[in-house]
Design a protein around this ligand. Structure first.
Ligand SMILES: N[C@@H](CCC(=O)N[C@@H](CS)C(=O)NCC(=O)O)C(=O)O
Length: 205
C-alpha cells in the first residue's frame, strides 16, 4: 500500500496513528507529497487534490481519511478502531466527525491567516472559523470518552490529531485551548505518550 503523505497534515496523522495502533504501519509505503505545490502529482491519486490518499496493493485509489481508516480497519486482526456495534460505533464515528470538522475549521483559519494577504483577510470568516474551533474544543472537553485514556478509538485518535495540530500551529493560531479545558488537556497529555503519537509528530517543511 502507498500513502500519499504530508508531514504537516492532521488528516494524514490520523491515518498513520491508526496504522501504528493496528500494527499496519510497516505495510504502508510513504509517498511524500506537497498538495499546495503547483507541480504536485496528488491529483493523479485523488482528483480533489488532497492528502491523504491510499493506493492499495491491487491498484485502487482510496480517499479521504475517513474512508482510508475504514478500509485499513478491515486489513488487520487487532482491536478495530471503529467499534463493530452500537452504541460504541455511532459514538466513535460522531467523535471522529467532530475531530474532522474541527480540523477543517482550524485549517481554514490557518489558511486565511497565512495564505491570504493581510489586507484581504476577512474578519467575518476568521470569527466564524474561530467560533467553530472553540465550540468543538468545548465539546471535546465535555465528552466522557475524552476522560478515558485506556481506549484509543477513531474518535479519540482524530481528536488527539486535531488538538496536536492546534499546538503545532500555535505560533500562527494563538489559541490557548488548554486554559478552560482541563479535562481535554489532561487526556491529551496522557495519550500523547503513546508510541503511535510519538512516532507521528507533525514536521514543518
Ligand atoms: N476531508 C479530507 C481533508 C484532507 C485535507 O484537507 N488535506 C489537506 C492537508 S491537511 C490538503 O491536502 N489540502 C490541499 C488543498 O486543499 O488543496 C480528508 O479527511 O482526507
Amino acid at each position: 500500500m502507498k500513502l500519499s503523505y504530508g508531514t504537516t497534515s492532521p488528516y494524514v496523522r490520523k491515518v498513520t496513528v491508526m496504522a501504528h495502533e493496528c500494527g499496519l504501519h510497516n505495510q504502508i509505503e510513504r509517498i511524500d507529497t506537497l498538495p499546495w505545490d503547483p507541480a504536485t502529482q496528488i491529483g493523479s491519486v485523488n482528483p480533489v487534490g488532497k492528502v491523504p490518499a491510499l493506493l492499495t496493493d491491487d491498484g485502487h485509489s482510496i480517499y479521504d481519511s475517513a474512508v482510508i481508516v475504514d478500509y485499513l480497519d478491515r486489513q488487520h486482526d487487532n482491536t478495530p478502531v471503529i467499534p463493530a456495534t452500537d452504541p460504541d460505533r455511532t459514538d466513535a464515528l460522531t467523535r471522529a466527525a467532530l475531530a474532522d470538522g474541527a480540523m477543517e475549521a482550524v485549517i481554514l483559519l490557518f489558511s486565511e491567516l497565512t495564505r491570504r494577504p493581510a489586507e484581504l483577510q476577512w474578519d467575518f470568516w476568521i470569527d466564524r472559523q474561530t467560533t467553530k474551533v472553540a465550540r468543538s474544543l468545548d465539546a471535546m472537553n465535555a465528552h466522557p470518552a475524552l476522560q478515558n485514556s485506556d481506549t484509543f478509538d477513531i474518535g479519540q485518535i482524530g481528536i488527539a490529531c486535531c488538538v496536536g495540530w492546534v499546538d503545532f500551529r500555535q505560533d500562527i493560531l494563538n489559541i490557548d485551548w488548554r486554559a478552560n479545558r482541563p479535562e481535554l488537556a489532561r487526556w491529551f497529555d496522557e495519550v500523547s505518550k503513546r508510541p503511535s503519537m510519538q512516532q507521528t509528530l507533525p514536521v514543518a517543511h
